[in-house]
Ligand binder design. Structure first.
Ligand SMILES: Cc1cc2nc3c(=O)[nH]c(=O)nc-3n(C[C@H](O)[C@H](O)[C@H](O)COP(=O)(O)O)c2cc1C
Length: 193
């Protein structure tokens, strides 16, 4: 499906180094989709990091998307009942949030957003980026690969020699993955180069 028809929730979690490199891709998504509404993890909304103060990055993403972000669990809970989005994209998705989704834990803004959206059997797209996806989090990745309505932006080993358990997604494939997921299909190959 053309992404120009899609209203997208973009849940942003605390993979800060990735986040700082994908702003142009968030812009591309916002320019092409019908609407993109940011949803901020508590980490992104509150943590000043070496990459950016929290206020700066959240305001920049709000400016790029043209929408005020969802920042609390009460707002995120409305996503399902109000059928707010055609697709929910969790990009970037930390190992922490990925593990919680796999285990059905709903104690954060983003995990609440995912649970609420999934109740309508609508697609969730995950752009995972974590140093432990081939280690401690491999079992959670495996669990989610087997979940209905969950799709992944293709993954690659971002630094196989120095971070041998690390995987990250290909940001240039975000739009294509979302487009396929809207048709109920996983963009292939799942393991990118
Ligand atoms: C500078 C910085 C960079 C980080 N990068 C990542 C990352 O790429 N992937 C990841 O899984 N966690 C990363 N973390 C850790 C998460 O931010 C941390 O686990 C946080 O509790 C995740 O919460 P969230 O999943 O709600 O965003 C990073 C933390 C900091 C301070």
């Amino acid at each position: 499906m053309e992404i120009s028809n899609l209203k997208i929730g973009l849940a942003v979690t605390g993979s800060f180094c990735t986040l700082s490199t994908i702003l142009d891709y968030i812009r591309e998504l916002s320019q092409n989709a019908a609407d993109v509404v940011p949803i901020f993890a508590e980490s992104v909304a509150n943590m000043d990091t070496r990459f950016s103060p929290a206020d700066e990055i959240t305001q920049l993403i709000e400016k790029i998307t043209g929408n005020t972000g969802i920042k609390n669990i009460q707002q995120a809970e409305r996503i399902g009942p109000d059928k707010m989005f055609d697709i929910l994209a969790v990009i970037p998705c930390t190992g922490n949030t990925l593990a919680k989704i796999a285990l059905g834990i709903t104690d954060t803004v983003v995990t609440m957003a995912v649970k609420s959206h999934l109740r309508n059997s609508r697609p969730v797209v995950i752009g995972a980026s974590s140093n432990d996806l081939l280690g401690a989090n491999a079992k959670n990745l495996g669990t989610l690969l087997n979940f209905k309505n969950i799709y992944f932006v293709p993954l690659f080993q971002d630094d196989a020699l120095n971070k041998e358990k690390s995987l990250s997604f290909k940001p240039e494939l975000i739009c294509k993955t979302i487009s396929k997921a809207a048709d109920g299909k996983q963009l292939q190959p799942l393991l990118a180069r």
